[in-house]
Design a protein around this ligand. Structure first.
Ligand code: FES
Length: 100
């Protein structure tokens, strides 16, 4: 099953399977400079805020995402798997790369 992921900052849409994390789908957009770090929730470069949609998460470093942030939808894209279509915005390093 594949879902549509909308990056609100740029209105770009990409598809992402439920078994694929949001960062890997984003990389397929072929944008240059998407920071790809550890891909395991430890480095914090892939921060996004989910505005709409349901998702499953895997463990994320508390150094990068506090419990409050996680509760409000701020997550690491390499640890998030879509369960519905999702709208997100990009934060920090990822924001700079996506807006380039
Ligand atoms: S790539 Fe390191 S936290 Fe996502």
């Amino acid at each position: 099953m594949s879902f549509q992921i909308t990056i609100l900052d740029t209105n770009e849409v990409y598809s992402c399977k439920e078994t694929q994390h949001l960062l890997s789908g984003m990389m397929q957009l072929g944008k240059k400079g998407i920071p790809v770090g550890c891909r395991s929730g430890g480095c914090g470069v892939c921060k996004v805020k989910i505005h709409q949609g349901a998702y499953a998460t895997k463990k994320m470093s508390r150094d990068h995402v506090s419990q409050d942030e996680e509760n409000s939808g701020t997550v690491l894209a390499c640890r998030v798997f879509p369960q519905t279509n999702i709208s997100l915005s990009v934060i920090g390093h990822l924001h700079k790369a996506v807006m380039r």
